[in-house]
Design a protein around this ligand. Sequence first.
Ligand code: GDP
Ligand code: IMO
Ligand code: MG
Length: 430
Amino acid sequence: MKKNIVILGTQWGDEGKGKIVDYLSSKSSYAVRYHGGHNAGHTLVVNKKKIILHLIPSGVLHSNVIGIISNGVVISIFDLVKEIKMLEKNHVFVSKRLFISHAASLILPFHIAIDIAREKRLGVNAIGTTGRGIGPAYEDKIARRSIRVGDLKNEKTLSIKLSKIVDYYNDQLVSIYKCQPFDCKVILKDLLEAKNIIIDMIQDTTVILNNAIKNKKIIIFEGAQGSLLDIDHGTYPYVTSSNSTIGGVITGTGVGPKNLDYILGVTKAYSTRVGNGPFPTELHNDIDAYLSKKGNEFGSTTGRKRRTGWLDGIALHHSVQLNSLSALCITKLDVLDNLEEIKICIAYRNVNTLEIYTSVSFDNLENMQPIYETHPGWMKKTSGIKKIEDLPHAAKNYIKCIEKIAGIPVHMISTGPERNDTIVVKHPFL
Ligand code: GDP
Ligand code: IMO
Ligand code: MG
């Protein structure tokens, strides 16, 4: 039996990772967020009740699961406290089963202010960030000036570090961006108040996880964003500021690669992207309007309309390679139920040279135009189907085509937002 599995996105985020982590967590002991921050929005729907999580791992609706926010995550303590309270209102109590790494860097109000100010100044060239301060917080981590979660335990150190970093940001905010400066005392007071709620959760999560592995516990590592938003391997500079591909698990938790037994790539049956940047299979027609409406493609974090397009097999194959994926989970198959024709990109053509490519550099997609294979639609409802054999013939063929392009099997299929609208072809833990 496999013990430790990773669930990550193969596209530009919002593939439905949260739903799948929630579904599989009934069998796990730990669920771990290992990178990103509250830029993520992971939607869980159980008995028509919807919960969106941004920082807390999506396994925590199961009371058997211990949630871990490990060192690779950038944490806004204020948003974390809000999320803990939101869960309490929904009768989910995590305060004794959620642990936060002492080594995670904090996102503070000036990170958010500078993220927003920079984007505003970039105008049409903006990245289209979520405005959550993610980039600036990771910059501080790399520049070795972060305030880390563990610093919250020592008021004196916290106060000294905060004063330095507030000066650093106020200089830029005031002189370059003409924004209001932050008052260090106000931030300190707010932090000390929020700290009281989470102080007992602060731990060395690397030790917790490696002990759990020693004790043969089952762990789900939950990716955020998607592989094409990875800082190194994505569509740079239109990416997020962390490694959303597989390496992020290892550096972001302190769990070694030999302890990862299985890597599931969550893939939407079509494509979406929120924010700016290249998107070769993007649509601007009635199919875009259809996918947007039927798929409810509006951001779980910012509410922005997601751009939509056909599934990109070249991008998918790139993600399979980058992550050593074991298998795929295809989500939102039901969204395609009413389409007469479904296309899938099987190669790119350079519009200038007319050369054809089946693998490319994802930081240079300029001039790449998709070449499609067209499949007949199935024009039947797929939600509620429990076995792959019972899917319409054309839907099974579409899944087979994805397997062929990706070169790996499909082990799960999601046919609706509800936890139980899920087909398991081969259970990831078996
Ligand atoms: P995540 O960031 O990868 O967890 O995905 P999001 O939660 O941001 O976006 C996925 C959206 O699709 C959410 O609204 C989910 O409730 C919904 N969803 C997930 N799986 C399915 C599915 O199979 N079918 C449909 N129709 N909706 C789904
Ligand atoms: P989940 O986990 C989709 C995108 C933003 C922007 C770029 C950089 O829900 O799949 P950032 O705020 O990270 O600096 O923004 O990354 N982005 C996401 N898109 N889903 C997400 O998370 C995202 N998190 C960041 O839209 O293009
Ligand atoms: Mg999302």
